[in-house]
Design a protein around this ligand. Structure first.
Ligand code: GRF
Length: 220
């Protein structure tokens, strides 16, 4: 991968929807703060706006339309075959709404990163912003983690933390958190692309040292 002498980290991005994280990644590649080769963007949803964003940048796109498959197993197999064929160094999940099966997670272990809109291990799953409001949390944020078969459970690399204001609703919180997501995701991706970030036997190593707790970026 990218260390000046070797070739660039080849990444595939999986999306299902709006793709604003994808957009931020593309912008960081374009402004050279992120040194990865985004070889393809794959969506399970033909209507995903992220597909248009990628096409506009001339990035290869593939639709694996979930609705056209007989069952979940066939769909999972098709995604697996497609990605094996692309043979990426890194798989970036950016708002991909399908849970990856155990086999997939094992084949690509240590190569799959996800971003989740909460301060994991709090609030796994969906509707995190509303849950944070309902529970009167003081802080909220986002986490980038390596993917393991258990949902939103892989070790966390980096988090973004912001305060929850008393006037915040689901939308304002989502907006605040997304701004942080764009920062921490590209940071983690850049570390990975430089071989600084490694996942081995359930542990994360950053610059050769075990990362015992996630790096934290706070909103000023
Ligand atoms: C983000 O909140 C991300 O944390 C979650 O899905 C959402 C995707 O948003 N996994 P976008 O499609 O990148 O705008």
């Amino acid at each position: 991968m990218a260390d000046g002498t070797q070739s660039k980290c080849r990444a595939v991005c999986l999306i299902s929807g709006s793709g604003t994280n994808l957009q931020a990644i593309i912008e960081n590649i374009n402004n050279k703060s992120l040194n990865i080769d985004l070889i393809s963007v794959i969506s399970d949803n033909p209507m995903a706006k992220g597909i248009q964003r990628a096409e506009k940048e001339g990035i290869d796109t593939k639709i694996i339309d979930y609705s056209t498959f007989e069952d979940r197993k066939e769909f999972d197999k098709s995604v697996e075959i497609q990605i094996l064929d692309l043979d990426p160094d890194l798989i970036i999940l950016a708002g991909y709404m399908k849970i990856l099966d155990t086999n997939f997670c094992n084949i690509f272990s240590g190569k799959i990163l996800n971003i989740h809109p909460s301060l994991l291990p709090k609030y796994k799953g969906l509707n995190t912003h509303q849950k944070v409001i309902d529970n009167n949390e003081k802080y909220h944020g986002a986490s980038v983690h390596f993917v393991v078969p258990e949902l939103d459970d892989g070790p966390v690399i980096i988090q973004y933390q912001c305060e929850v204001d008393k006037n915040d609703d689901h939308h304002s919180l989502q907006k605040k958190v997304l701004q942080g997501e764009y920062i921490i995701y590209s940071k983690a991706l850049q570390w990975f692309s430089e071989n600084r970030l490694v996942f081995d036997s359930g542990n994360i190593f950053l610059d050769g040292e075990a990362l015992l707790k996630p790096r934290l970026i706070r909103k000023d």
